[in-house]
Ligand binder design. Sequence first.
Ligand SMILES: [Zn+2]
Length: 137
Amino acid sequence: MDTLSPSERSARMASVHSTDTEPERKLRSLLHKLGYRFTLHRRDLPGSPDIVLPKYSCVIFVHGCYWHGHSRCKAGVLPKSNIAFWRRKIQMNKKRDKRVETALRHAGWRVLVAWECQIRELEHITARLRFFLSKPL
Ligand SMILES: [Zn+2]
């Protein structure tokens, strides 16, 4: 069932390309607490990654579950109306995400995708960040 009201849906639409979403702020403050240094929205890198940790050659993307089509996720469920339109739009986002990831990997970056729903699980995301950033370069 499509549980979003029209105003909620347009809020989500507005946030698709926004650069300062709530999950992103949450992740940034978590990284900060853990003592990691990072820069934001490096436009010189493919996809302008949300968070870049140059010292670790790591980039982090914070993906909204809906817009980036998080599979097997409640928040990634498509609306019941206009389904073909949304499906195509989200498929295009996913394709772009894949292209960007590949380009970054080829340029020597490690890529972590932090999904919106995962950032809510503080312990889980903390463990994941620690693991991701502890691997040798
Ligand atoms: Zn999700």
